[in-house]
Design a binder for this molecule. Sequence first.
Ligand code: FEO
Length: 405
Amino acid sequence: MKATKLAEGVYWVGAIDWNLRDYHGYTLPGTTYNAYLVVGKKHTALIDNTYPGHEYQMMERIKDVIDPKKIDFIVANHVEKDHSGALPMLTKLLPGVPIYCTEVAVTGFGKHYDTKGWNFKTVKSLDKLDLGGKTLVFVEAPLLHWPDSMFTYLAEDKILFPNDAFGQHIASCERFDDELGKEASLYHAQKFFANLIVPLAPKVLKKLDEVTKLGIPIDMVAPSHGIIWRSYVGDMLGSYVNWCNGVAKDKVTIVYDTMHHSTDLMAQTLAEGIMAEGVAVKVCLLKDGRFEGTHRSNVVTDILDSKAVLVGSPTLQDEVYPTVADFLSYLHGVRPGRLATKKIGFAFGSHGGQGGAVKIITEGLKKAGIETINDGYEVLYKPDAAELARCYELGREVAHRVKKM
Ligand code: FEO
């Protein structure tokens, strides 16, 4: 297996997980667990490692560069197992090897592994590690996204290793943004951000500001998942700032499920009203195995660059449909309300007598930080012509609001 060179003495030695399709509720076309080898004149360091079960790939790629026994230091930017799972094997292979991490990470590792005998070296922001012509600088990044998280910066080559931040979940033969292509790279970054980073948006903005004030030049960003940014670093950082600020398109995402196609008919008609006003719309039937619908993680990716979100459901035994309950729970966790610009929305749906789903959805939207612009629209059984006309008008109304935002 081959390592990939980033710069003189700097190599990607990670693992490609081609088969992963679900990662904590996120559907993905595989991923990579990126690890990096930095070979200085005096010492060699390994930055991050792999999910348990993927150590073999990493070790084979390391062997493409050096004898793994020549690794002098391990840098552990993050405790989560997808970046630390090889530590038990590495600490056996390299007894006493210094592991550079934050103080909080030591406790975290102790809860994941038997760390007896592990040689932790705790670091704080701007502490340095000299490898001989290669200087690693550590920057604590608490709660980005775990309390233990930190970034590592390789000064001479101007490479930032920010662990999960700026990553994307994709398994591919390409290692760099310009190989995968700008559009695909930014799309996968958007999905990663929409599902995992949105709740952290205020902290991300603060950290970006802090790093900017440090005045450190960054030529390359090498995250712990997906491709490495070298040609589109500015586009990616600009997108992160925009996403954190809630910058969105004149676009509405409609997400729903349906029992007898009544809520479906409402969704389609709302979309027609929105389109009639020249506003973009994405219609997402939730996926539950009955239909080839849209996975929740793809829906929130569309919501990230939409100004409005409409959620629909039939009432089933006084509740929302199970898929819609699942989606609302996920949306609450993602918390689009943390973005600097609020999104608007409302609920819609049909019922067979008592109703109730629309009220539940309205509450769910509010909990997720979305400003509801009405109390929702609920119809009995099947929408008739007048009710469909109302849906069309509601579509036009939300489109008008979007154009003014
Ligand atoms: Fe927080 Fe990729 O792990």
